[in-house]
Design a protein. Structure first.
Lengths: 286, 389
């Protein structure tokens, strides 16, 4: 049954969150709580593309040449910012204030983030922006990787700082989801078809290094920010370093359901429970 | 009964898909092994063996097949407790043969399960249990799988590829003994219930091919080469830390493939970083050196700090180590004095990196001031390996 639903999911996915031509976008900074699969909550800070708190910063998808008029509203009590390296820097945005800037977008994969501190990025003020090339019709999936150490989130939310030498995360999420919620995320769960290419962008917003392994398939690295000389490699396991991304592609040759997971197998657990962390599957229809 | 039916179906599937089987390999799953560390401690492990009589070791036996072979793995689970599987890591097998519970099949105690695949690109692959995989992999259920060229040639990396004189395979991992307590290893297995695991993993032992600490540079575990050898290294990691294999620059390390596929551009560099689940193949060019040190670092993927730095030794088998012809070197190992001649002779004592520690003209020497370790005693152009306790 799931196989037959794949086309429907794919259609929903392709029409989800896609902006075109001249675009007005409003991102608002909120603090709130991210819920884990075991109903525990962790304080986070995120950009939201609605007027209410979002548990994770949105995936922004545009097309080459789009003109984006972006308004960022800071509804948190502290000063924040918004930056995309080489593209836009809104400077400091005071609590309750907002900044609006317009930019013309070029095809590429970008990380947007609050440059005011690593701590704010750790809490959730970073996200993925994908500007598709002209005529790029390939289906894309998006994974934003992040780990969470609850006591560190509480500490950082109260003004504390990160000492990475002591970092020992408890939860691992994809697009802010853990446990079964990852499989219900249409942007993360891969629904493919034999002989039909799909692409996956994995961006690491956390502090840990992740090693993502694919069952059933080798994928080709089309682009990666850490080691551009590795582009073109075909692998089944991909290092994704903090702050960096991998753009991967494959054209399936056989049907089936195949897991994809961090091969640091501690990261497929969460809260002391297997397998609730960075793991999902790709479901390939004949 | 349901399990038997499923296994029968997969058996039928295998026969339909693969017809003639070129190679069949029996792998046995065990859950009552013991692993001994360099410091004398030991811990309970799970593992794979080829026979019922052999000890369970980390890693399990290396499976070797030829490119294009139709392969059947006969997996026999002889371990009371949770079921097990074999996941063929990197071989891109179909779902039925992928070894993932719920999506494929798992093998209960005293039953056989059969995995079928056609050996893909020559290269270095892995296999491991995928039941409660965070526990079972850490417990020791893993090993290497090597696909050789189609004609089975041992000194060629792939068909029409590059030849070499000898190869060594290194598989890194770790052990956190907390994860080896019976309460963890003998976990309940109900697919409908959550499987609880420790929240953190903090290894005490950092392994390469199951060796740790002084085991890694024990002469019995040296990697022996001949002068001017071209050596092919298979570098893998199935642990929960990152690993850096750091070669001496004189070896001109040249990495040509990863995860069973040639690299589009050769990677030059002495440090090969291998994350969990990755494999790399690297050429080394030896000259006339006596030895060379390989440093293996394990680093924490969360803190990025190096947790362990250990050394392995390449040793030239052309060097007359321990030759007892003109000289009798004793006692070896020693705590203090070592005797090597009845009449005074010129001698040198260096460590294995070539650093000079003693030089003189005598019938004996005192090693009491030297740190414990392996040293080289050179007399009359002969070299002897001596050990200071």
């Amino acid at each position: 049954m799931m196989k037959f639903l794949s086309i429907s999911f794919l259609f929903l996915f392709l029409t989800f969150n896609v902006y075109s031509a001249n675009i007005d976008l409003r991102l608002e900074i909120f603090s709130g709580n991210l819920s884990m699969f075991d109903n525990s909550t962790i304080p986070v800070l995120t950009y939201s593309d609605s007027s209410t708190f979002s548990p994770s910063s949105p995936i922004l998808i545009f097309e080459d040449g789009d003109v984006l008029t972006l308004k960022v509203v800071n509804s948190d009590a502290n000063v924040h910012g918004f930056k995309i390296d080489g593209l836009i820097d809104m400077g400091s945005i005071a609590a309750g204030d907002s900044v609006t800037q317009a930019i013309t977008l070029s095809a590429g994969i970008y990380k947007y983030y609050d440059p005011s501190s690593l701590e704010n990025q750790y809490l959730g003020l970073s996200g993925l922006m994908h500007v598709k090339g002209t005529g790029d019709l390939a289906p894309y999936y998006y994974w934003n990787l992040r780990e969470h150490e609850p006591f560190l989130n509480i500490s950082v939310s109260g003004g504390g700082s990160i000492d990475q030498t002591l970092y020992s995360p408890k939860y691992y999420t994809i697009n802010g989801n853990s446990g079964d919620a990852i499989d219900n995320d249409a942007q993360a769960k891969i629904y493919g078809n034999v002989n039909s290419e799909f692409r996956l962008i994995i961006m690491n917003h956390g502090l840990s290094i992740h090693s993502m392994h694919f069952h059933g398939y080798h994928l080709q690295i089309l682009d990666n920010s850490k080691n551009p000389s590795h582009n073109g490699r075909e692998k089944d396991t991909f290092p994704v370093y903090p702050g960096h991304y991998q753009l991967l592609s494959t054209t399936p040759d056989k049907p089936g359901e195949y897991p994809i997971h961090d091969h640091n197998l501690i990261a497929v657990t969460g809260g002391g429970q297997y397998h609730t962390g960075m793991i999902t599957t790709m479901l390939i229809a004949p | 009964m349901r399990i038997l039916s499923i296994i029968s179906l997969f058996l039928l599937w295998g026969q339909i898909c693969f017809g003639q089987i070129d190679y069949t390999k029996l792998i046995i799953g065990r859950n009552q092994g013991t692993h001994y560390f360099h410091d004398g401690d030991s811990t309970r492990i799970f593992g794979f063996t080829e026979t019922l009589s052999e000890e369970t070791n980390i890693p399990g036996p290396t499976i070797e097949v030829n490119f294009g072979d139709s392969v059947k793995i006969d997996f026999w689970n002889v371990s009371q407790g949770a079921p097990h599987t074999i996941h063929l890591h990197g071989l891109d097998v179909d779902q039925q043969n992928d070894g993932v519970p719920m999506l494929s099949f798992e093998v209960e105690h005293m039953l056989h399960g059969y995995y079928y695949f056609k050996a893909p690109h020559p290269g270095t692959y892995l296999y491991h249990c995928h039941v409660g995989s965070t526990i079972h992999l850490q417990a020791g259920m893993y090993g290497l799988l090597i696909v050789r060229p189609s004609n089975g040639e041992m000194n060629l990396n792939w068909d029409n590829g590059e030849s070499y004189d000898r190869e060594f395979s290194l598989l890194a991992s770790e052990i956190d003994t907390v994860w080896h307590n019976d309460t963890i290893l003998d976990h309940d297995h109900d697919p409908m219930m959550p499987l609880m695991v420790p929240e953190t993993f903090n290894a005490q032992y950092f392994l390469v091919n199951g060796l740790s600490g002084s085991q890694m540079n024990d002469p019995v575990n040296y990697m022996y080469f001949q002068p001017n050898d071209k050596v092919y290294m298979r570098l893998a990691n199935l642990g929960y830390y990152g690993v850096r294999y750091i070669f001496e620059s004189s070896l001109n390390a040249r990495t040509v493939s990863s995860d069973g596929r040639p690299l589009p551009n050769v990677q030059f560099g002495d440090t090969i970083e291998v994350l969990p689940g990755e494999r790399y193949e690297t050429f080394l060019q030896f000259g006339n050196q006596t030895s060379s040190i390989l440093t293996v670092e394990h680093f924490n993927l969360n803190t990025h700090l190096v947790s362990s730095s250990q050394e392995m030794v390449f040793w030239s088998s052309s060097v007359g180590i321990d030759e007892i012809s003109n000289y009798n070197v004793f006692p070896n190992p020693t705590d203090d004095l070592i005797f090597f001649s009845e009449v005074p002779v010129d001698y040198e004592i260096t460590d294995i990196t070539g650093k000079m520690h003693q030089k003189g003209y005598s019938t004996s020497s005192s090693l009491v001031d030297l740190p414990a370790g392996i040293y080289l005693l050179k007399i009359d152009s002969r070299t002897y390996r001596i050990v200071k306790n």
